[in-house]
Every structure is written in C-alpha cells, then in structure tokens.
Design a protein around this ligand. Structure first.
Ligand code: ATP
Ligand code: MG
Length: 565
C-alpha cells in the first residue's frame, strides 16, 4: 500500500511519526511548529496545517510551537501577527509559552552565515539579479559558476560584515551558499542566503539592513527550537535537499525531518494570500473578515465554529497528491455541528402579511416552541401569536404549480408550533401586487395537529406582526462563479470569475422578538432557511444576521450518488 493511499485516520505523517517513536528517534519526542509568515490573514488552508501540527503534537503527547517566519520586512505587519494569534487560539490550539519569531534568530543566523563563509561554503557575490538569473541555468541546462565563487573566505567575510554595516547599496551584493551550479535541482545552484534590503522590520526596526532568505532561515529556526518533524506543503519538496544541506553544514543542535503534504485547495474560492490581499485592498470585499472569504476571520464572522473547521480538517485527510476539495464538504461539517447546538428561531426574510379573520382582535397567545429538537436540554421558549402575522412570500402562490404544498387560495397549511390556517382571500394593491392574505384558523389545531387527523402537508414559519422585530439579513453565495479559475485555459485574471451575486442584502426581514438581543457571533437555525449568525454590524434597532449555510446538504447528496454507483 502506498503511503498516500492510507485512510484519513492513519495518514502517512502519522505513520512516519509512529515509526519514529517505535525506533526511539529523537528520544521518542514529537515537536512540531506552525510557521506562518505574517503577511496576511490565515485561511482555511492554514487551518489544515494548524490542525495537523498542533493536532499531531497533542496526539503524541508532544509540543507545537507558533513561529512567525518574519524574514520579509515590508510585506509583514503586526496587524497580521495579532490576527494570526487570535485565529490559532480561536481554532482551539495553545502554544503556551512557545511563541517564537524567526527575527529573534537574526543574530544567530548571521553567526551561522559567518561559519559557512569561513568553511568555504558561502561567498559574497556581486552579480546583478539579472545576471544571477542567466547564470542559474534552466531545468535542462546546468548553471554557470559566478566569477565571485572562488573569492577567498577572508574577502567574503569582510564584504559580508560590511554588508551588515550598511556600506553597500541595496542589491549590490548577496551572500550565496557554495553548493553545485550543475545540480539537477535548481534550488542547489548556489542559492542566496542573504540580501541587502533597507526596510524597517516590524520587530527589529532599522537594526538590520541585510535579511536572511526563508530557505536558509527555516531549517535553522527548526533546529534551534528542537523541532522533530517539520511539516510543510508540497511546493517545498524540491527545497528539502537545501534544508538538509544547511543543517548538515552547520553546528546546529539537531536535524529535524522535513515532511511535505499536499496543500488544501477548495473549489469556488481563492486561497493565495496575494489574491486575498488584492480583494481586500481593492475593496472587492468588505475586509479580511468578509464572510465570503475563506479566511478564518471571514469564516468566523460567517458563523463557522472551530469544531466544524477541525472536523473538516480531519475529514479532508492528509495526502501527497494535490487535489481539489468540494466546498460542499466544508458546509456539511458546519451543518453537522450546528444542527446539534444552534437554537431554532423564526425569521421571515420576505414578509407577506396574513390576517386571521376569525382570531379575536387584541388577543395574544404565548405558544410553546422547542429550542432544538436535537437537544431537549435546550428547553422551550414562548412565541406570541396574534390575529396578524407574517409568513414568507414564497410560501404562498396564487396559482400553485403541481406539488406546491404550501399556501394557496382555498388551501390549508400548518403554522409551526401554532395552528392550521386556510386562505380565503388575496388582497392586492393598485399595481396588482399581493399585499395581504385573509385567512381563517382552526382553533382545534393548536400545537399543529387535529383530532380528525386530517392531512396538512405544508408547514410554514411565521412571526406576529405586532411583536416582530425588523432585521437585516445577509445572504452569501460562492465567492467565485467557477470551481477552479486556475484551470481556465485562456489565463484570465481570477477577478473576472468573481460571483456578482455573492452577497445579497435583505432588509425589512421580520424576526421573532427573542432574536433582537442576539449577541454578535450567536448562531441560530432560522427554520426552513438555514443557519445564521448575528453580525457585529447589528445595532439595537436593527439586528443583522449572516447566513452561514443553507439547510440543503449537497454533500450528503454527493456521498449518496457515490455510494449508489
Ligand atoms: P501563500 O502561498 O498563499 O502566500 P503561504 O502558504 O506561503 O501562503 P505561510 O504563512 O507561509 O503561507 O503558511 C504557513 C504554513 O501554512 C506553511 O507551513 C504552509 O505550508 C501552510 N499552508 C499554507 N497554505 C496551505 C494550504 N492551502 N493547505 C495546507 N497548508 C497550507
Ligand atoms: Mg510560505
């Protein structure tokens, strides 16, 4: 059995770790790290990596560090550092006192660079960026040695120290590893270790004008922290020889093992930080926490729970092959979670007024309604019922098509937790639009059934006109209108595929009175509509709700058709 074909429960990384523990490698220790670059907000792909790194550490009684890979001043920012910490905590993981920054190692990284130079394994090079590209060769052609390659170590040492001292202009020199310009792996063709960049760093300020490259920094940071398993995504597979070269040529305390897995790709969305940043910067969305984005901040605002995201991360598994995961799976995980715990509520998004002509004027009844049929402990609440109510516009058709079991002239439906009503008259305005229905109710049907056991197929949600609260509801749809814009042959920009109706704002919704006090982040199932989450934009006058996910479970359907095959 190939490692990548094992079932999600025992994926190949678990297999490697278990074999290492059995063999007594690293004294049986498991120590991982999650190493984000603070140049954007975390997204659902990062969540997979977080769950994997922190999850494996917890599983094998090990440790997981949070380390900011902050070697790229200019693009990095404390706003991102703060949001990343908040998101990791929100997902349910704890790095305890093990918060690290690659920038804390700048001095050590510099010392190690001196070590490489003295050992004749690194040299200062003054080729221009363009020359470097030319000299590097291609996948099929060897590179050419730089004329600086044989520079004496003493001279490189002097130049490198002066690079640090700020004697040279940006780009005038770089420090390069001396490996092999003929290597079939281009990453081994004397890669750059340091460049001169006069850019303020969010932590070290202007202390440095040379900055180490990521590929050089990462293995050393791992080794300093005593990492045992350095888990990263597949694009680093070709960088592993250099990762090992660095550790083999320096007096580091240990040699972590780099293990690569396939990154998570989700359809109908974008996950590259560059693209997300562009959507935010150019105001295609309302910010990093726009509920349409796959960022953790966006998903949280949309109503996603940490539990749902962790379940999703486990469900997608860990593989060595790239694949595209269906958004329907993520939504399925959220429904599974919210079904168990979201309080049910009545919300009429597009209200149609109903007057119950045989219900006494001025009378109000408090009807019992269960808060969650999946959880009796959630208890019940009281819903006020009166002569005038709102139902959903869609729940009425003047000329019902076949199999329309909702309300239509002469027909009867059940009002959830209330009574049966029958429609007798349709009232319209001068333009012919329906403004009101006049119905009667059956007083014997309180609670939603009658002794005669007559069949009433349709059940509608409703709210009392006098008691309802006005609300705004934001309905979200896919961010992109195609599953995979990268697959587009014409090479169009991804923004051309933005779904123009990814956000629909519905105002004048009518919600049950108890919802008015919902705190931002509180989640509900609006009966027959989906799961919703109170938004931070709510005001005391107008609560705002985000639709987290509809009730229709397309993933369950996909699974079923797969089983039927
Ligand atoms: P981008 O390529 O979008 O700029 P990145 O992947 O370089 O982002 P980092 O901050 O370097 O972002 O990522 C931190 C960690 O999260 C890395 O170990 C990276 O491999 C992992 N990661 C990033 N994206 C994904 C993904 N889609 N699936 C799984 N892991 C991911
Ligand atoms: Mg990265």
């Amino acid at each position: 059995m190939a490692a990548e074909d094992v079932s999600p429960g025992v994926h190949f990384i678990r297999a490697i770790i278990e074999a290492d523990i059995r063999a007594g490698k690293n004294g049986g220790r498991v120590h991982t790290r999650f190493p984000p670059e603070p140049n954007g907000y975390l997204h659902i792909g990062h969540a997979k990596s977080i769950c994997l790194n922190f999850g494996l550490a917890a599983e094998y009684k090990g440790l997981c560090n949070l380390r900011f890979d902050d070697t790229n001043p200019g693009k990095e920012d404390v706003e991102y550092v703060d949001s990343i910490m908040a998101d990791v905590r929100w997902l349910g993981f704890d790095w305890a006192e093990r918060l690290y920054y690659a920038s804390d190692y700048f001095e050590k990284l510099y010392e190690f660079a001196l070590h490489l130079i003295r050992a004749g394994k690194a040299y200062v090079c003054n080729l221009t960026a363009e020359q470097m590209r030319e000299y590097r060769g291609t996948l099929t052609e060897c590179g050419i040695n730089s004329p600086c390659r044989e520079r004496a170590p003493e001279e490189s040492l002097d130049l490198f120290q002066r690079m640090r001292a700020g004697e040279f202009a940006d780009g005038a020199y770089v420090l390069r590893a001396k490996i092999d310009m003929a290597s079939p792996n281009v990453n081994m063709r004397d890669p750059v270790l340091y460049r001169i960049r006069r850019e303020s760093h969010h932590r070290t300020g202007d202390r440095w004008c040379i900055y180490p490259m990521y590929d050089y920094t990462h293995p050393i940071s791992d080794a300093i922290e005593g990492i045992t398993h350095s888990i990263c995504t597949l694009e680093f597979e070709d960088h592993r020889p250099f990762y090992d070269w660095v550790l083999n040529n320096l007096p580091v305390p240990c040699h972590p093992q780099q293990i690569e897995f396939a990154r998570l790709n989700l359809n109908y969305t974008v996950m590259s930080k560059r693209k997300l940043l562009e959507l935010v910067d150019k105001a295609f969305v309302r910010g990093w926490d726009d509920p349409r984005l796959p960022t953790l901040a966006g998903l949280r605002r949309r109503g996603y729970t940490p539990e749902a995201i962790r379940a999703f991360a486990e469900a997608v598994g860990v593989a060595k092959r790239e694949s595209m995961v269906d958004m329907a799976l993520l939504e399925h995980c959220l429904r599974e979670d919210l079904n168990k715990r979201a309080r049910r509520a009545m919300a009429v998004l597009r209200p149609l007024k109903v007057v119950i002509t045989n219900y006494p004027e001025g009378k109000v009844e408090d009807l019992d309604a269960e808060n969650n049929p999946e959880d009796p402990a959630a208890g019940t609440r009281q819903l006020p019922f009166a002569r005038e109510i709102y139902i959903e516009e869609d729940d009425f058709r003047e000329e019902p098509p076949k199999k329309f079991f909702r309300l239509s002239p002469g027909k009867e439906i059940r009002l959830k937790h209330a009574y049966y009503i029958r429609c007798h008259e349709v009232v319209k305005d001068a333009q012919g639009r329906i403004t009101e229905l006049r119905c009667t109710y059956d007083p014997e049907s309180r609670g939603g059934w009658t002794k005669d056991g007559r069949k009433v197929l349709g059940t509608s949600h409703w709210v009392s006109v006098a008691h309802a609260v006005d609300a705004e509801v934001r309905l979200y749809d896919k961010l992109l209108s195609v599953p995979d814009p990268a697959a587009d042959k014409e090479g169009k920009d991804f923004k051309e595929f933005l779904n123009p109706v990814s956000l629909e704002i519905v105002k004048g919704c009518k919600i049950e009175p108890g919802l008015a006090a919902a705190a931002p982040g509180e989640r509900f199932q609006f009966l027959r509509q989906g799961y919703f989450c109170a938004d931070v934009d709510s005001t005391p006058d107008i609560p705002v709700f985000n639709r987290s996910v509809t009730l229709r479970d397309t993933w369950a359907r996909i699974e079923k058709t797969q089983q039927d095959k």
